[in-house]
Design a protein around this ligand. Structure first.
Ligand SMILES: [Zn+2]
Length: 293
């Protein structure tokens, strides 16, 4: 699946690495657990309101044609992924097929920007044991590179260690650690969104009068907009992830920013509005693209 749009003069394409479908959608209670601070009765009530018990979790990789070449933000799970169980293997790892559909080849990539180094963002860059995008420079936050390079014992971090270290190892000298506030590529700015991981980063695209905020894993599901205090077991610093989520959602709502959310249903583009202390997700109208041709 591919979706084309633009942000000022920046041409963008969302390419899906996969969109699990029922019955292979993860249950909400695996993401929103009492241990991560979500009371069971609160989850039950929200699930009843929504009429669903599963997460609509997609993997939306964002391609941007910058004046310094083609960049991709996050690279999906890669082919041959068995980490979530055999059932998911045929549903993900579709990035490279989608790229071909968008007219991109692996050698076209000048930059791979990681919002963070969890396996569902980094493995697509090195799943075969070598860098899939041979001409690309990779970008990850300096704290992210440091965190995954050190010995780790946190149980929720362990499933991600191999993919994170493979990205660090395989890109080697072509991995450029960055700090928040940096302009990584023309029009692509790194914004602090820490908490999910130590170097978790949002990316603000700016061109002319238009902006897009790519939020990575600031939220997994629209339920984290109606309940911004809901964390997941993968938010390594829970209170900081909640503070980042609130700050980004308030900013996005007040400025009516167009957002790209990696895990929301394809293409993961939309805006948020405020309702008191909570928020609502408004997906883009995809028929607009059809009307525009
Ligand atoms: Zn993720």
């Amino acid at each position: 699946m591919i979706y084309r749009f633009s942000v000022g003069r920046l041409e963008c394409v969302v390419v899906s690495d996969g969109q699990p479908q029922p019955p292979w959608e993860p249950p909400l209670d695996q993401y929103f657990t009492p241990e991560a601070g979500v009371p069971e009765d609160e989850l039950q009530a929200a699930a009843t309101d929504e009429g669903r018990s599963t997460l609509t979790c997609g993997y939306n990789c964002l391609f941007i044609k910058t004046s310094d070449g083609l960049a991709v933000v996050d690279t999906g799970l890669g082919a041959s992924f068995l980490g979530y169980g055999e059932y998911i293997e045929p549903l993900v790892g579709k990035l490279e097929g989608g790229m071909a559909g968008a007219g991109f080849s692996r050698g076209d990539l000048a930059a791979v920007v990681f919002t963070h180094l969890h396996q569902d963002h980094a493995r697509g860059a090195t799943w075969s044991g070598e860098v899939r995008f041979p001409a690309a420079t990779a970008y990850a936050h300096a704290s992210e590179v440091a965190f995954w390079s050190e010995p780790l014992e946190l149980p929720s971090a362990l499933p991600h260690v191999d993919a994170a270290r493979a990205a660090i190892r395989e890109f080697g000298a072509k991995l450029q650690p960055f700090e928040h506030g940096a302009e990584l590529l023309p029009g692509v700015h790194a914004v602090a969104a820490t908490g999910h991981t130590p170097g978790h980063t949002a990316l603000l695209l700016k061109s002319g009068e238009e902006q897009l905020l790519c939020v990575g894993d600031t939220f997994y599901d629209p339920l984290q907009l109606t309940h911004p205090n809901w964390a997941t077991p993968w938010d390594l610093d829970r209170s900081s992830s909640i503070a980042s989520r609130r700050r980004i959602l308030e900013w996005a709502a007040d400025e009516r920013l167009l957002l790209h959310a990696y895990h929301l249903p394809f293409p993961g583009l939309g805006r948020v509005s405020r309702n008191g202390t909570s928020f609502t997700w408004q997906p883009v109208d995809r028929t607009e693209q059809v009307r525009r041709g």
